[in-house]
Design a binder for this molecule. Structure first.
Ligand code: SF4
Length: 407
């Protein structure tokens, strides 16, 4: 069959609501016209999430520590143990202040992640979650990532399920999908050789699904990977989702991809530096393919921190039905040079403006994608709320001051 009629046949499958194969996705990725891809991705979005709403979440990212022993080649966020200039562990007072600022902005969730600290004991994590849950019961806690859960499991000798069950009992409601990058070990061995491997990342997510936690799937492109590596990632996600939905009736509720940032990182200093990263067109192509291929993950979010707000707005026409979250604070991607590095936060007013300008209606959601409020009055302008100033992270706390309730 000639490639053009083959592309038409694959697009017809998408418009008919059918699943496409790995090989078909590869052909679309390599050959399809970008605008046609966007239209097909939007058709898939309408099959899975019909209507004209684009959702967003009011939340805050909090990085409880930047001390890490994993040395990812794309990371400028972490500090090695013993680095008292750059390294930090947030005190409960500092955490409480950040959460109260988020609550004042109407946040319904905190997303809390950190480095792989070699000395924080298992009890630290459980105590941290319990303290936040008991002190601020009105905010949902989504925290850690499969790579942190693997790390906590390694230092404690507990299984993934024991770790996640204890955290859930303490108040954890969701496990974010951080640390996924490219779920293909050929790439992972090159850019993050000490970090969690594909099978374990997915295995920990399956345990989270079994326990009823809310999860998202993430992906980072631009590591000099090829189309096959990207599709391997999407295939593993789709297979995992099929399995989790069948076994547990619970799976990833959303997928989000972004592009790697390499400023001030070992990748940015390498001789291949110009080959890392991805253009806006590549990001949109990848977003559209993901929406078409991941026919069992309902929501796809646009990423404004790495590609900028205008590209994120365009992604709403490439299959995305969600504008992500306000974040308020972001330290990991921004420290490696995202375009919005100066202020990795976006106001609700700005989100509304971008969604409306793209032709959609903004709607606030919670972490489970339950709609909290639809803003269908085109003249409605959200109250202008000043975002909290970005504050320097505090210095590292001695472990004796990281209060842990043992036992
Ligand atoms: S990306 Fe995460 S795991 Fe990797 S070095 Fe940075 S903080 Fe550590």
């Amino acid at each position: 069959m000639n490639p053009l009629s083959e592309l038409t046949r694959i697009f017809d499958k998408v418009y008919a609501g059918e699943r496409i194969s790995y090989e078909e996705a590869h052909l679309l990725y390599a050959e399809a016209d970008l605008i046609e891809l966007g239209m097909a991705a939007n058709a898939r979005r309408q099959q899975l999430v019909p209507g004209n709403l684009v959702t967003y979440l009011i939340d805050r990212n909090i990085n409880y520590t930047n001390i890490c022993i994993t040395d990812c080649q794309f990371c400028n966020f972490y500090a090695l143990p013993g680095d008292t200039e750059k390294g930090y562990v947030l005190s409960k007072e500092e955490l409480g202040r950040k959460i109260e600022e988020a609550l004042a902005l109407g946040a319904t969730r905190i997303l809390m992640q950190g480095g792989h600290h070699p000395d924080l004991p298992f009890e630290y994590y459980v105590d941290l979650v319990r303290w936040i849950h008991e002190t601020y019961p009105q905010i949902e806690i989504n925290a850690f990532s499969p790579s942190e859960i693997e790390h906590i499991s390694n230092i404690s000798g507990k299984s993934w399920e024991e770790v996640l069950s204890a955290l859930k009992e303490a108040g954890l409601r969701g496990l974010p999908g951080g640390g996924g990058e490219i779920l293909d070990d050929e790439i992972r061995k090159r850019v993050s050789p000490k970090k969690i491997r594909t099978d374990n990342w997915l295995g920990i997510m399956k345990v989270a699904h079994k326990l009823g936690l809310t999860t998202t799937a993430t992906m980072v492109i631009g590591f000099r990977e090829q189309i096959r590596h990207r599709l391997n990632h999407l295939q593993r996600l789709r297979d995992t989702q099929d399995e989790s939905l069948e076994k547990y009736g619970n799976g990833f509720n959303a997928f989000i991809a972004w592009t790697v940032q390499i400023e001030n990182t070992p990748l940015g200093r390498s001789r291949f530096r110009d080959e890392y990263g991805a253009t806006a067109a590549e990001y949109l192509r990848h977003t559209a393919i993901s929406r078409i291929f991941l026919d069992n993950i309902p929501h796809i979010s646009a990423s404004w921190p790495t590609q900028g707000i205008k590209v994120a707005q365009t992604a709403l026409h490439f299959g995305c039905d969600d504008f992500g979250s306000t974040m308020i604070e972001e330290n990991v991607v921004s420290s490696a040079g995202a375009p919005t590095a100066v202020k990795c936060a976006i106001s609700v007013e700005e989100i509304h403006r971008q969604i409306r300008a793209a032709g959609y209606i903004p709607a606030q959601r919670d972490t489970s994608y339950t709609i909290l409020r639809v803003f269908d009055d085109p003249n409605y302008v959200p109250p202008q709320v000043e975002l909290p100033p970005v504050q320097p992270q505090p210095a590292v706390l001695p472990l004796s001051e990281v209060r842990v309730r043992r036992g």
